[in-house]
Design a protein around this ligand. Structure first.
Ligand code: SAM
Length: 196
């Protein structure tokens, strides 16, 4: 059996991150300076929790993390089990916001993706649909000036997606990270300066 584990896998073990994905967020943070101390953050597709560890260690504030799979508890992180795209998710988030005295979020980050199929059209379409739902959550919960990061597998609809939403923000950018696997079409789309 070939060993698919790469240097990020071993680095994650060494640094005690729950996933190699943590390095993707570290890279995005270095490039785009998104997170800062005191921010309230909503995270989508959080399990097993590598990004949650990074977000919580930088913001030292209220982090709400959503995933359709359970996530082991992490200090400072409010976990919501739910699926982006399901009608009840907004209500669940709103309920937890009420309990934790959160009115809006200053940032929404999504690394959500179902298992990739290997078919680039299917993976692009699935990730595009998740991204659309993430942006709908942004219109509901993001405060003016806030940012969104959302993962997409690059394809025909990516530019249209960015064009559709970029008018609501001051800045938008499609970016790749070195920590993504080499052949991956995975990109992250950054929106900053929500016009509200
Ligand atoms: C690549 S993993 C995220 C890894 C995470 N960022 C970390 O650092 O550990 C993608 C996650 O997205 C979740 N996911 C996929 N589709 C989802 C959806 N529609 N709603 C919520 N979570 C979803 C999966 O359950 C999975 O845990």
């Amino acid at each position: 059996m070939p060993d698919h584990r790469d240097r990020y896998y071993y680095l994650a073990k060494k640094e005690r991150y729950r996933s190699r994905a943590a390095f993707k967020l570290i890279e995005l943070q270095t490039k785009f300076n998104l997170l800062s101390e005191g921010q309230r953050i909503l995270e989508i597709g959080s399990s097993p929790g590598g990004w949650s560890q990074i977000i919580s260690s930088i913001t030292r504030s209220k982090v709400m993390s959503v995933d359709l799979n359970q996530m082991d508890p992490l200090e400072g992180v409010i976990f919501v089990k739910g699926k982006v795209g399901n009608k009840d998710l907004s209500g669940k988030i709103r309920e937890e916001m009420g309990k934790n005295s959160i009115d809006t979020f200053q940032g929404i980050l999504s690394d959500a993706m179902i298992n990739t199929s290997g078919n680039s059209d299917i993976d692009h379409a699935s990730s595009y649909l998740i991204c659309q739902e993430v942006m709908k959550l942004a219109t509901e919960f993001l405060c003016p000036g806030g940012f969104v990061v959302t993962k997409q597998f690059y394809g025909d609809l990516t530019t249209e997606f960015v064009n559709k939403w970029s008018g609501m923000f001051q800045y938008s950018k499609i970016t790749k990270v070195a920590a993504s696997r080499d052949a991956s079409k995975e990109v992250y789309i950054i929106f900053k300066g929500y016009r509200g």
